[in-house]
Design a protein around this ligand. Structure first.
Ligand SMILES: [Zn+2]
Length: 172
């Protein structure tokens, strides 16, 4: 899907009417299984042959500049319990620090509802999505098998992946 999204961005060219050339960014993703690491250790990006400006397409693999995969951020934020022991257990299984998981959960609760993406889209969901249960309450609104609804959800989130509004991206 990222390949298709990148092709759309490349075909659109630069706003200065220059041509876009491949200039991918290296990434060092965390929470990425070894067997697929090679599919995730870079991100599509282009640079213009005239003005040199970068164009980085939206992505379903990465959520902004966070070093953890988008899927990991979503899955670990979607636990329905706020119990500290549950977060600690999750942290033990995944090696993601407890305070990182808590920061992700806080982002869903306090920052995500304020994003232009959600401000523009929230009225399309009826009945209204329960914000206290984000992101689980939103994932379940996307149809299909678990994998399909997760992919649709990551695609829905993809405009966030190029926004500078993600405020908790330093190092996590
Ligand atoms: Zn340009």
């Amino acid at each position: 899907m990222d390949t298709e999204l990148a092709e759309i961005a490349r075909a659109g060219g630069c706003h200065c009417s220059g041509r876009l050339h491949r200039g991918n960014y290296p990434r060092k993703p965390r929470c990425c299984p070894d067997e697929v690491y090679g599919d995730f250790d870079w991100r599509y990006s282009f640079s213009c042959n005239l003005c040199r400006k970068r164009t980085t397409p939206v992505s379903v693999r990465f959520l902004g500049r966070r070093v953890y995969l988008g899927l990991a951020v979503v899955l670990m934020s979607a636990g329905r319990t706020e119990a500290t022991s549950a977060v600690g257990k999750l942290s033990g299984i995944t090696n993601v620090p407890v305070n990182t998981i808590q920061r992700w959960r806080n982002w869903w609760a306090s920052e995500f509802p304020l994003t232009p993406l959600w401000q523009a889209a929230c009225a399309r969901f009826m009945p209204p999505v329960e914000l206290v249960q984000l992101p689980a309450s939103l994932i379940e609104r996307f149809k299909g098998t678990e994998a399909e609804s997760m992919l649709r959800f990551l695609f829905f989130l993809s405009p966030l992946t190029i926004e500078r509004l993600i405020t908790m991206n330093e190092g996590c």
